[in-house]
Design a protein around this ligand. Structure first.
Ligand code: ADP
Ligand code: MG
Length: 478
């Protein structure tokens, strides 16, 4: 089954992405619903965690439903890896050989259903198709009632309510495109809109981009494409989550057709993404502009007041099942202040507090709360970044030495990391260009400026590089 998971990842993500990030991903074990995967480097680990964790889980679950969580570890001293056939995995994630695909012994938990093709294609037929088709029914907890409205999400909330509750408002809100960073409530809002529209008797399909792609690809494989399309178009509201994952030529063509068919016949489309339509590099221009053609709203970061309200709503909900779970106002205030990133971390914090209270039987104090949520807080504190650290990280990332970066050498293999390091020094430290030049082996400030401009430009044109630089930034700031 693990082989199938990998094959699936390869098919979904494309050869390039797969080869870069997943070829050396290996399954260690599956226990208690947790699949432990390992990669050879810390870099790969944090890359996969920050970009692909949900996707790996979804893919895994398609083969082995019992898996509910994915953990990624680094193979190395503390976790001796099963030796890969053919020797040690090479540490460099880019230039390493890509032949580490080996099937592992299949844990019992994974000997699940066969390839999902049959299982899934059966779904679009039959009358109760709305839910079957996506296999991802709406989460009962994610409603408008449980959605806390604040300054940063008021517009998105109002728009979602409007498209959910009223028919045919016209092109103004169609499609409704909501974008925001992770954990800021996009999925919550989409589910809420879905519930409200269903309550109003409208036919709703909620799909993630993954589901859309699976659905379409599987329908094609079994010559069911027509049924799939008809099903999709015979609805009142199409909700599509994480649209940034849609990729692949025939899939996006089909996606474009579906969008056009629905919108042109006055049916509502709501999508969510982690970026604005203009930045959906994987989609072609026409699809992008169609997506941008309705109302585009951003959900901003959660301010402290909003965090406090979300937290208290969440605590309230938990108390239904754990009536003895008490959290004092002081502790709530501390958590709402300490966790600044997003709603997902707030939820994580509540779970940790609950675990703590359940295990120790003691009331949660600010002090114990601090310990319980430390990992969620620590990672978020922006750190002063040192030029030296930038040089070291970039050097190791590109398999050159720090002295190469400081040297006069002008081969491409050195110039690129050098320029990236200069760029990162400019954006992450408060140093002036001349100072940065000095710290890069005594270079002139115009050289630094040239590097900064060049990388800025390349990031704009090359999404892979953009992601890469973004990740380096994050690693430096953690
Ligand atoms: P996204 O899809 O943007 O990554 P989610 O919708 O999954 O984020 O939200 C992450 C968590 O935070 C969920 O548990 C969600 O219910 C909660 N959350 C986010 N925003 C709000 C909000 N405004 N009100 C209540 N809960 C929220
Ligand atoms: Mg989401």
């Amino acid at each position: 089954a693990w082989t199938r998971v990998k094959r699936r990842l390869r098919a979904e993500l494309g050869e390039d992405v797969f080869a870069s990030w997943f070829a050396r991903l290996e399954l260690e074990e599956v226990t208690g619903g947790v699949a432990r995967l390992t990669v050879p480097t810390r870099f790969l680990k944090s890359w996969i965690e920050s970009h692909y964790l949900d996707r790996v889980l979804t893919t895994f679950r398609a083969e082995a439903e019992s898996v509910t969580r994915i953990e990624v570890g680094v193979r190395g001293a503390s976790t001796p890896a099963r030796p890969a056939p053919g020797g040690q995995a090479k540490p460099n994630p880019i230039s390493g050989p890509l032949n580490r695909l080996h099937a592992t012994a299949t844990p019992a938990a994974l000997q699940g259903p066969g390839p999902m093709v049959e299982a899934e294609v059966a779904a679009p037929r039959g009358e109760s198709g709305a839910v079957d088709l996506n296999g991802a029914p709406l989460d009962a907890r994610l409603t408008f009632a449980s959605f806390v409205v604040g300054r940063s999400n008021a517009l998105a909330h109002a728009a979602a309510e409007r498209v959910a509750r009223s028919d045919g408002e016209g092109a103004l809100y169609n499609p409704l495109y909501v974008h925001a960073g992770v954990g800021l409530g996009k999925t919550h809002l989409l589910h809420a809109a879905g519930h409200a529209a269903r309550e109003a008797g409208r036919r709703v399909i909620y799909l993630t981009a993954d589901r859309f792609m699976y659905g379409f690809v599987n329908a094609l494989k079994t010559q069911n494409a027509l049924a799939f399309k008809e099903r999709l178009r015979a609805i009142d509201l199409l909700i599509l989550d994480d649209v940034q994952f849609i990729q692949g030529k025939s899939i996006q063509t089909e996606f474009g057709h579906t969008l056009n068919a629905l919108i042109d016949s006055g049916r509502q489309v709501v999508v969510a993404s982690d970026r604005p339509p203009t930045e959906l590099e994987a989609l072609d221009e026409r699809v992008r502009s169609r997506l941008a053609g309705g109302l585009v709203v951003e959900i901003g970061g959660l301010d402290e007041g909003l965090r406090a309200s979300i937290l208290s709503a969440r605590l309230e909900a938990v108390r239904h099942s754990h009536p003895n779970f008490e959290v004092s106002p002081a502790v709530s205030a501390y958590v709402a202040r300490a966790i600044t990133a997003n709603g997902r971390d707030l939820e994580g914090a509540v779970n940790r507090l609950l675990a703590h209270a359940t295990l120790t039987g003691a009331p949660v104090t600010v002090e114990t709360a601090e310990t319980a949520i430390r990992d969620l807080v620590k990672n978020r504190e922006p750190k002063r970044v040192k030029i030296e650290d930038i040089q070291k990280l970039v050097a190791s990332r590109y398999n050159v030495s720090r002295s190469d970066i400081l040297s006069e050498r002008r081969t491409a293999a050195v110039v690129k990391p050098r320029q990236i390091a200069m760029y990162l020094s400019k954006v992450l430290t408060l140093r002036s260009l001349p100072e940065i030049g000095r710290r890069f082996g005594g270079r002139d400030h115009t050289t630094v400026l040239h590097a900064v401009r060049k990388i800025e430009k390349q990031i704009g044109e090359d999404a892979v590089l953009g992601d890469e630089v973004e990740l380096l930034k994050r690693m430096l700031q953690d």
